[in-house]
Every structure is written in C-alpha cells, then in structure tokens.
Design a protein. Structure first.
Length: 177
C-alpha cells in the first residue's frame, strides 16, 4: 500500500478569521490557495497517476483541498475521517489505515504538525517529525506486505513505512505530464 500524505492548501489567515467569531475548523481556503492547489494536483497526477481512497479531515480547509484533489482525479469521492483532525490520535489513524491496507494508493488530507508527526511515526517508529509539509505539499510513503507472505496485505504500522518522495507545493506545480 502507498500512502499519499497531503497538507491542506493555503487557508485564510488564522487571526483574521478568529475575528469573525467562527470556529477555526470552519476556516476556508483562499482563492489563491484553491488556484495553486488545482495546479499542484496536475503535477501530483504525474507522480501518483491514481488514488484508490481519498480521506480528509472534517475541517473546512482540508475538506476543500480534498475536493480539489478529487476533482483532479475524476470520479473520486473524499471520505471524512475524524482521526485526521489536528488533535487526532495516531493510534486511531493507524488503525483506520490498517483497514485500508488492501487498497493500492490511499491519500489523506490534513494539517501540520499532525501530518509530519504521523510521517515520522510511520517512517521511524518515533513521534519525531522527519519532514515538514508546507501548505499544499505532499509526500508518498509505502508499506510492504508482511515479508513472510507476499500476498498478504501491507504491514501498516509505526516504523513500517519507506519514504518514496516529498515535494513542496512549488515543485508539484512545476511537474508536467
């Protein structure tokens, strides 16, 4: 199984949005953030031609980003996974990922520093961020099947992933198919 980790695109300023009195979970993307993410998804398709499952945090900015990704992959519908909120428990998110282990490519859209902490845990077995994802950035990790059974589902867990690549938003926008 491959896991595509995507940070939400550029959202409205946190402090300015707080003045509206609305919950931060409702903070949307900016127009420029949407436009840049649409261009980034075109590049994302170059390095990840298909996605089998797309999950998103329920927060507006992540859900809007996931919708842009889904539109770029035609026919894909995002599912909301509460474990992708900024305070989601890694143990629960890894449990959800294990349930997806038979899928080819699973994409998740969420928030920093939650995503970099998850990547660090999956790559090293420790909750130490090994990379930082800018808004609209992505990385791809891979879980191999259990070595004793090549037909088995991917062995998803802490310290079980291998980093295939990590790209900034600008790098994604520059990729051409």
């Amino acid at each position: 199984m491959q896991l595509l980790i995507v940070r939400h695109a550029v959202a409205e300023d946190r402090d300015e949005f707080a003045r509206t009195g609305q919950d931060d979970a409702k903070r949307p993307l900016t127009k420029a953030g949407r436009r840049k993410m649409q261009r980034g998804v075109r590049g994302l398709r170059v390095v990840v031609p298909r996605i089998d499952v797309l999950a998103t945090s329920p927060f507006t900015r992540a859900a809007e980003t996931a919708r842009i990704v889904a539109d770029g992959y035609e026919g894909l519908e995002p599912v909301t996974v509460s474990e992708l909120t900024p305070d989601g428990k890694y143990k629960d998110l890894i449990g959800w990922l294990r349930d997806q282990a038979a899928r080819g490519v699973v994409a998740i859209v969420g928030h920093e520093p939650h995503l970099s902490g998850l990547a660090g845990l999956l790559l090293t077995g420790r909750n130490d961020p090994v990379l930082v994802l800018k808004k609209g950035a992505a990385c791809l990790v891979e879980f191999a099947p259990d070595e004793g059974d090549p037909d088995a589902k991917a062995d998803v867990g802490a310290g079980r992933a291998k980093l295939l690549w990590s790209l900034t938003p600008g790098q994604l926008r520059r990729l051409r198919g």
